[in-house]
Design a protein around this ligand. Sequence first.
Ligand code: PHE
Length: 459
Amino acid sequence: MAAGGDVSAHGMWSSRWLFILAAAGSAVGLGNIWKFPYIAGENGGGAFVLVYLLCIALVGVPIMMAEVMLGRSARQSPINAMRKHVVDSNAPAFWLLIGWLGALAGFMILSYYSVVAGWALHYTVLTASGAFEGVSPEVAASTFNDFLANPWLVLFWHTAFMCLTIWIVARGVSGGIEFFIRWFMPALLVLLLVLLGYAVTSGGFSQGVAFMFSFEFDKLSFDGFLIALGQAFFTLSLGMGAIMAYGAYVPRESGIASTVITIALLDTLVALASGLAIFPIVFANGLEPGQGPGLTFVTVPLAFGQMPMGGLFGVLFFLLVSIAAITSAVSLTEPALTWLVEDYNAKRWRVAISIGVICWLLGLGSVFSFNLLADFHLVGTMTIFDLVDYVSQNIMLPLGGMLIALFGTWVLSKETIRSELGISSELAQGAWTIVCGIVAPVGVAMVLVWTLYGSLAGG
Ligand code: PHE
């Protein structure tokens, strides 16, 4: 498996399209189907959606281009890719932080991501057993609360999801990740289209569309603007090296800009389609969309439970959430895994299992945050789950993303930037520097300062 010429020792995607699917698989996840609809709901719908789209285009796309560029030009794990770039550019060792911070963020995110993904697995089985047919709002709410209050059941599904993820990762880039992506991504798109079709006929579709696309700016707060930027980040899997690691397996002839734009478009379409699949059935049943994290696990099953054939479509919905989560989870392990394989010459499957065990153990804190340790607060009123989610998503990812954007414009050599991005004119070079070197990092710095200020002031 030695690297011969311009290939990665870990494997390569068989084509540009496979990379697009794998990166879209990483991007499309709980962020799109669980988070996006509820934060859009909480922040008033339309105007929030518009700002979110701007953030994807102006911040997300350039940072993703920088990640793919850094990964592909080094063909190594993010940690070693940064070592190479730092040496080649004669830059201070400070920049190595990008690789280390990312690998650490991957562990942290996977630890709680697996817990929430486990909820989705459990709900697939629950809806299949008809648990929500004709239930009242109170029953839907208590079903969720009772489930969370049962540490062993939550632990069981966390374990099941982690085993599934590690099994896929251990099989390698081509035999594992790519193999499953080939099946899962088309399945995901078909499921989404079926659910969208169902929402169109639910009777609440026009209300759902109006909610998402009526741009009433008075409903948008400054907070909403910054939440949109943070969400753009998380949903595109940026700032922790997942895309950099995947970028190392991209064939040389693929154009980075067009590839990244396709990935961002796919991710955005799935987020919008999820909203359009969820809001109409919520409205059709006289429910409210602004109900926070419970939207997916309380309001959605409740709505399906009231509708003809709702049981079947409810199962399809939670299957969709589970598949989306697994294709994201596999990418969370890649930065740390590839580094351990490179530096310690370890077998991929051994490293995969070790990472799985560590993340599973870390995840216990999140599993018990809803029951045994619900009253254990490390900071303010945050449970372990809240804290790990908050620090990884609101601090580590934006920080990593900002450093990646700055490194990919001001530190990396002009020749590498030009050849990787296929830049041939001064104008394009200038545009790259302005968008990725100024607009994107300033935007991210705003989120960082705001979240830190908010957490210090608000506790
Ligand atoms: N993008 C994934 C989602 O939307 C989450 C994720 C973040 C995955 C960072 C990998 C890296 O659910």
